[in-house]
Design a protein around this ligand. Structure first.
Ligand SMILES: NC(=O)c1ccc[n+]([C@@H]2O[C@H](COP(=O)([O-])OP(=O)(O)OC[C@H]3O[C@@H](n4cnc5c(N)ncnc54)[C@H](O)[C@@H]3O)[C@@H](O)[C@H]2O)c1
Length: 357
């Protein structure tokens, strides 16, 4: 691709601003225009980010742009992606890439045939906490990785997708969790490689909101003696988004909402027990956090968000000066396992409905 190229963004909702902020800082990509089914929304966003054009339809955007950044709900991704590929345009896309595995099989062939990249906004890999965690794992700081426990414990009080009575995420396979599953799966893939699905337990309680018909879900994955669990709850007001990686010699904890990672390696000893191992570990965590927070705040003030860094990586890759931000193997793994897990939740819900009717 040329050193300078034109970007058209489709879908001007919640996440679009994070992408435009990224493109406004990219070296090669310049935003030519935006498009949304809701033209007023697109015009407002264009004004806010100094974007010149608001397109009336996708073909107008495709005629005018080299890169199509797809920020619409996942139900519309396959159709827009197909049009972009047919027009020979380079896509960038939000996760989940598609909602149906049959659509994915067709797209994989088309993307390969067109020799295009597929940067997917797996943006958490660009957070400070993920990068620190990966570095500690690669340095062997917690020994052999034994467990990854990922908690996405939320409720209608705090989760914008569950609060709404109608939201597109409710119609995804298995409901709202499908929207966030890519984060869990590429995170696990990033830390440990492709894990196999061992089991899915999906419970439906009387309180289940419309968006999460299985309101308590646990997914178990396994690879070479490392076990990962994903916990989803729609009944937890703590709004906890936390990952714990337990190794043979230490533990890494990630607080996702604060983008904070800390390492604890307190050895078992009589003195440690007497002083309180949790107290010692908390003290060490506080020290490491106090070093981290100023750096985090600096990034925040500079608006160097993970999405901005994801777009910067895609931009480098388009200009031939960096690798693709999301390797194809990772996208393929995430897409296939999102599908398997979503479908398994759906089938367990059907089983529940059949047994109570
Ligand atoms: N990476 C992340 O952390 C992150 C965070 C939030 C959302 N997302 C993803 O981003 C995507 C969008 O999510 P959102 O929360 O911004 O949704 P949203 O509902 O806020 O916005 C989507 C917009 O797309 C528009 N739209 C829908 N179909 C369209 C079409 N065919 N053509 C043009 N415009 C169309 C809608 O009118 C709406 O304005 C989803 O895939 C979601 O999973 C990712």
């Amino acid at each position: 691709m040329d050193r300078e190229y034109r970007v058209g963004l489709v879908g001007c909702g919640h996440i679009a601003g994070s992408h435009l902020r990224g493109w406004n800082r990219a070296h090669g990509g310049k935003v030519a225009g935006v498009l949304d089914l809701d033209r007023a929304l697109a015009s407002g966003l264009a004004r806010k980010f100094g974007v010149e054009n608001v397109y009336d339809d996708l073909h107008e955007l495709l005629d005018d742009c080299d890169v199509v950044d797809i920020c619409t709900p996942p139900q519309s991704h396959a159709a827009i992606l197909t049009s972009a590929i047919e027009a020979g345009r380079q896509p960038v896309i939000e996760k989940p890439v598609v909602i149906d595995i049959a659509e994915w099989e067709v797209l994989v062939d088309r993307i390969r045939a067109a020799e295009l990249e597929l940067p997917v906004a797996h943006h958490m890999k660009f957070t400070r906490s993920f990068q620190k965690c990966k570095q500690w794992l690669d340095q062997g700081r917690i020994g052999r990785l034994l467990r990854i426990d990922w908690q996405f414990m939320t409720s209608r009080d705090t989760d914008r997708m569950l609060t709404a009575d109608t939201h597109w995420s409710h119609e995804l396979p298995g409901g709202r969790w499908f929207e966030t599953l890519p984060h869990n799966l590429y995170g696990i893939h990033h830390f440990c490689g492709a894990m196999e699905l061992a089991s899915v337990t999906a419970c439906r309680t009387a309180e289940a909101p419309r968006g999460a018909p299985a309101d308590e879900v646990v997914v178990v994955l396994e690879r070479a003696g490392t076990v990962a669990t994903l916990h989803f709850s729609a009944n937890c007001r703590l709004n906890q988004r936390k990952v714990t990686l337990t190794g043979s010699t230490g533990v890494i904890t990630i607080d996702l909402l604060s983008d904070l990672a800390w390492l604890t390696r307190a050895k078992d000893s009589k003195l440690g027990r007497a002083l309180g191992r949790s107290l010692i570990e908390s003290g060490r965590a506080v020290i490491s956090m106090s070093v981290d927070r100023p750096m985090y705040l600096l990034d925040h003030l500079r608006r160097r968000s993970p999405h901005v860094q994801f777009i910067a990586a895609a931009d480098r890759s388009f200009r031939g000066v960096g690798p693709p931000p999301t390797p194809f193997e990772e996208i393929d793994y995430v897409t296939r396992y999102c599908h398997r897990i979503g479908k398994e939740i759906e089938s367990q819900l059907l089983g529940c409905a059949a047994s109570t009717s």
